[in-house]
Design a protein around this ligand. Sequence first.
Ligand SMILES: [Zn+2]
Length: 277
Amino acid sequence: MSWVEAGRRLSSSGMVIVPVGSTEQHGLHLGLGTDWIIAWELAKRVGEVKGIPVLPVLPYGVAMHHMDFPGTITLSFNTFKSVIMDVLESLHKHGVSKVLFINGHGGNLNALLEACREARAKFNMICVVCQWWDVLAGMGLNVEGQPAQTHAGYAETALMLAFKPESVHLENAILSSTKQVHDEIKLESLSSARFMGGLVRLALNTSDVSDTGSMTEALPSVIPDVRDFSKVNVDLGKRLMDLLVDWLCKFIEAFKTFDIQKTKVSEDKAFKALRGV
Ligand SMILES: [Zn+2]
């Protein structure tokens, strides 16, 4: 669209969809573009149905942990956050006050949220990050018995069969169970481990926990190697896509009326709250 059209549409909707992804390895059977392609395809469909402007997808994210696998491109945390902040500041200047990020890569989450918080403080914007696997998990949905968030698992594979089937090589599909290196400190994922049931957080590389690049994000006793992808097909991908697009469209309707008045903090109001007045 031209700047004239953009000017009209940005100020009339006050809202924008920003798809963000990553260029990173996705196991033996999916392409490097998986995360940005899914975010982009969902965003385009939702924007079209709801008439909300969609920014071009950001195809790079924070993917340091995947760098042992060729083809992965990463931005540093600070670069990624700065890019997002600059995008938000630009949108703010054009009258946008609400932003829906459709995020295709979990590694982006912390930087996205930091930028959202800064935009709230500096520009009074309300920014929301939606990760499609969180939506499915929040609905209590698993995907043919598997959690939605597994890296190069059933859900991502099905969505890519719906969006870009030529990039999927099902004959190489495997979801590798989390590699273990210690008898007592049991790795759940590259970022969490259990010791006597208690949780510790780590920041390992993907290659520390997986030889193929796919990741279950679970103890091997919970999700062992998955080699049977026979139930993963285009129809499943389209079903997931329809569910997600429908949910996102409904969310946008609610988000339109999600307004938080910026009021001044005061002693008077605080003590009234204490007294229940
Ligand atoms: Zn992914």
